[in-house]
Design a protein around this ligand. Structure first.
Ligand SMILES: Nc1ncnc2c1ncn2[C@@H]1O[C@H](COP(=O)(O)OP(=O)(O)O)[C@@H](O)[C@H]1O
Ligand SMILES: [Mg+2]
Length: 260
C-alpha cells in the first residue's frame, strides 16, 4: 500500500481538488484507492465527493483519539468502482475532527496514530491519498508520519514561495523528529490561476520552476472542476476527456512509478 499526502498549509490552493482528481485517476487504472479526509472542514467528503460526514462513534476522529477501537474498515465509506476494477473509498471527516488536535496532544506517539490506523487497511488498498488541513498542525504531522511521499499544490501568488519554504522546513523537521525514512517530494502541482498568466503569476511560476522540485502538471482555473464537485464525482469520471482529467492522470502516473 503506497501512501501520498497532499499538503500545503495555505487554504484554497487546490489540495482537495487534487486529492479527488488523483484518486479518480488512480482508480480508473484499476487500483484500489482510499482517500483520507483529514481536514475538519470536510470538503473532500461533502463537497467534492458528495458523501455524508461520519456519525459518532465510528469516526476517524474518534479512532485517532483512541475512543473508537473497532475495526478500521468500518470507518470507510464507499464512493464508486471503475470499469477497470478499481475502487474509490473514503475515510470521511466528522465534526469531532475539529477537536481531535487537542486530544492528540495528550497522547503518546501522537504523530503516528493515522499510520497505525492505515496499517490495518494495508491488505485492502493499493493507494492511499490523504487530503490535509490548511495548517501545519498535528493532523498534518500524522499525514507526514503515515506517507511515503507528498504532493504540493501551489498557486502562483506572491506569498507562495515563502509558504513553500516553511512547508519544506516542516517536512525536514518532522523527518528528523520522528526518525523516519525520507519523505519523497513527488513535486508541485500549480493551479487555480487564470490564463493567460498575469505578470506577477508568471514571475512566481518562474520562481517555483527554479526550486529543486519537479512541476508535475498544471491545473489552471476551469469551470469543469466545480461542475465535477457539484456532481460529487472525480473529474476523471465527470469529464474524462478534459485537459484537467489528463493532468490528474499524469500526477497519478508519477505516483505509480513509485514502489509501494
Ligand atoms: N483548477 C480549478 N479550477 C477551478 N476551480 C478549482 C480548481 N481547483 C479547485 N477549485 C475550486 O477552488 C476551491 C478551492 O480548492 P480546494 O481544492 O478546496 O483547495 P484547498 O483544499 O487547498 O483548500 C474549491 O471550491 C474547488 O472546487
Ligand atoms: Mg481542502
Amino acid at each position: 500500500m503506497h501512501v501520498t499526502a497532499v499538503l500545503n498549509q495555505k487554504g484554497g490552493v487546490g489540495k482537495t481538488g487534487l486529492t479527488a482528481g488523483v484518486g479518480g485517476a488512480l482508480a480508473e487504472t484499476g487500483a484500489r484507492v482510499l482517500l483520507v479526509d483529514l481536514d475538519p472542514q470536510g470538503h473532500l467528503t461533502t463537497e467534492a465527493l458528495g458523501l455524508a460526514e461520519a456519525d459518532e462513534p465510528a469516526t476517524v476522529a474518534a479512532a485517532l483519539a483512541g475512543h473508537y477501537t473497532g475495526p478500521v474498515a468500518q470507518l470507510v465509506a464507499h464512493h464508486s468502482k471503475t470499469d477497470a476494477g478499481g475502487v474509490l473509498d473514503v475515510l470521511p471527516t466528522a465534526l469531532a475532527m475539529f477537536l481531535v488536535g487537542r486530544e492528540l496532544d495528550r497522547l503518546p506517539a501522537r504523530e503516528w496514530r493515522l499510520a497505525r490506523l492505515l496499517e490495518a487497511l494495508a491488505d485492502r488498498y493499493d493507494r492511499v491519498v490523504i487530503d490535509c488541513p490548511p495548517a501545519l498542525d498535528v493532523l498534518t504531522d500524522n499525514a507526514l508520519a503515515a506517507c511515503h511521499g507528498v504532493l504540493i499544490p501551489v498557486q502562483p501568488e506572491r506569498s507562495s514561495v515563502r509558504a513553500l519554504r516553511l512547508l519544506l522546513g516542516q517536512i525536514e523537521g518532522l523527518e528528523a523528529a520522528l526518525r523516519r525514512e525520507r519523505i519523497v517530494l513527488h513535486g508541485l502541482v500549480p493551479g487555480l490561476y487564470r490564463r493567460p498568466l498575469s505578470r506577477l503569476a508568471a514571475h512566481v511560476m518562474g520562481e517555483l520552476d527554479a526550486l529543486p522540485l519537479p512541476m508535475l502538471a498544471h491545473l489552471p482555473l476551469a469551470v469543469v472542476v466545480g461542475e465535477a464537485w457539484d456532481a460529487g464525482v472525480p473529474l476523471t469520471s465527470y469529464a474524462p476527456h478534459s485537459e484537467h482529467a489528463d493532468a490528474y492522470r499524469s500526477v497519478a502516473a508519477t505516483l505509480q512509478e513509485q514502489q509501494s
